[in-house]
Design a protein around this ligand. Structure first.
Ligand SMILES: [Zn+2]
Length: 462
């Protein structure tokens, strides 16, 4: 079955064709680690996880790289404003390095609790200054960089076309103060030696003087280092498309000297608050995963909520929405526990698998795949073993941990149960009853069902 994905480059759904058969190279823009990420950021990372799981579901071997932005960062997208890491460090009386380390661990913990599969590599920008400098030197020698006011800039006028992803905002349309050192309005800083900020802690030696890299260069340098000069998919939040990603494309293709750098660009839409405002730290209207847990929600409730909205559609976050996700997930868990049995081959339910694959392969339509799940749950013609097997298969994408519900039955008990099944199959009922007694003595009860058996902890055992 073809996998079709919406490519931000062409603005349409395209059939996915990997560069190398059976393999996908995927890059995701990671977090800036000066604070806890909020659930809006986490929605983007869940979307990335779904994309990766769908690729794997289709049999691709995925090589996934995500960066950690731990270099001092700016409060505005246009290389203006204040350094977020310095601000956070000032507030807490810690060094910028401590801040970055602390929030990197917190981010990894968020990924774990949301069942977001870890990337194959999670490189830190500060560990790749050498690579960033090398790329800027390449841009200089290729005629795409100039020095002005002590900083190195990318010269967009040297490009055939700037802004391959579109959305270019012309000067005068924004309130951003224009940087007087720029030759062209869309030029951006590759290397700063003249810090606009006081107390800049992170500085490195470079051919242009002691300083630090511009925001965009780290992703280009690290993606190219780990995935090469041409790779399949680059993914990020929709807020990154028009400045960060257009700049990434400009500097990568100009330093590499060929195009395209990336075949498919994917962007996940924002999560907005109930009043339609974007969740953002600067607005002070953010919710973190910890906030949700403090209010009695599991990270899985949040994951379930995000599955209900297509990743390219705005997700409106409300307490009511989260409550219904929580209830729906509780019902799903109860259902799965009720029908839990030995996974079997899917025969009668094949059509569900086809429908499910069609939904997720149609630009990762998780909302539709959830509706297929609820149809399956209500289908009385299908035996529990098949339902259970199908649900586990679906959960390879949903990632709700449905294979791990309920008490953990020790392997020796499962082995005994299997042995009893075999004895029953050859009609050795006396022997099979003895095995059942053995299981009982261990404190477990075997329940025979139409399509197999179920093991539960005996009620009189502890
Ligand atoms: Zn990036």
């Amino acid at each position: 079955m073809d996998l079709r994905i919406f490519n931000s480059l062409s603005k349409k759904k395209e059939k996915f064709i990997p560069i190398e058969k059976g393999k996908v190279k995927l890059y995701t823009c990671g977090p800036t680690v000066y604070d806890f990420v909020h659930i809006g950021n986490l929605r983007t990372f869940i979307s990335g996880d779904i994309i990766k799981r769908v690729l794997k579901f289709n049999g691709y071997k995925v090589n996934h790289v995500m960066n950690i932005t731990d270099v001092g960062h700016l409060t505005s997208d246009a290389d203006e404003g204040e350094d977020k890491l310095v601000l956070a460090a000032k507030k807490s009386n810690k060094s910028v390095w401590d801040i970055a380390k602390f929030y990197t661990s917190a981010f990894k913990e968020n990924l774990r609790s949301l069942h977001i599969q870890p990337s194959d590599k999670l490189p830190r920008a500060t560990d790749h200054i050498k690579e960033q400098i090398a790329m800027i030197r390449k841009l200089e020698s290729n005629g795409f960089a100039y020095i002005s006011g002590g900083n190195v800039y990318f010269d967009t006028s040297q490009l055939k076309k700037y802004g391959k992803l579109g959305g270019i905002v012309e000067v005068g349309e924004t309130r951003i103060d224009e940087d007087k050192n720029k030759r062209n309005s869309h030029d951006f800083v590759l290397w700063f030696t003249k810090s606009k900020f006081q107390d800049q802690d992170m500085k490195w030696d470079s051919p242009w003087g002691k300083g630090y890299p511009g925001w965009h260069i780290e992703c280009s340098a690290m993606a190219t280092k780990y995935l090469g000069d041409h790779f399949d998919i680059h993914m990020g939040g929709e807020d990154l498309a028009y400045i960060h990603h257009n700049n990434e494309i400009a500097q990568s293709e100009s330093s590499i000297g060929s195009e395209p750098w990336v075949n498919y660009w994917l962007h996940s839409a924002f999560l907005v608050n109930n009043d339609k405002t974007k969740m953002s730290k600067s607005k002070g209207n953010i919710t973190t995963l910890i906030n949700l847990e403090e209010n009695g929600y599991s990270p899985m409730d949040y994951r379930y909520l995000t599955l209900g909205t297509h990743y390219r559609k705005q997700l409106i976050f409300s307490r009511d929405g989260l409550d219904s996700a929580k209830n729906a997930r509780a019902k799903l868990n109860q259902f799965v526990l009720k029908i839990k049995s030995k996974p079997i081959k899917i025969v009668e339910g094949e059509a569900y698998l086809t429908q499910f694959s069609a939904a997720i392969n149609d630009d990762f339509n998780t909302a539709k795949s959830l509706s297929i799940l609820s149809k399956l749950m209500k289908d009385s013609r299908l035996i529990n073993g098949e339902k259970y097997s199908l649900i586990l298969k679906f959960d390879e994408i949903f990632g709700l941990g449905l294979d791990d519900l309920g008490e953990n039955i020790p392997t020796n008990i499962i082995k005994l149960a299997e042995e009893r099944e075999k004895l029953r199959a050859i009609k050795k009922y006396d022997a099979s009853d003895k095995v059942r007694d053995k299981i009982e003595k261990h404190g477990y009860t075997l329940l025979d069902e139409i399509d197999g058996y179920r093991i539960i902890k005996s009620s009189n055992s502890n």
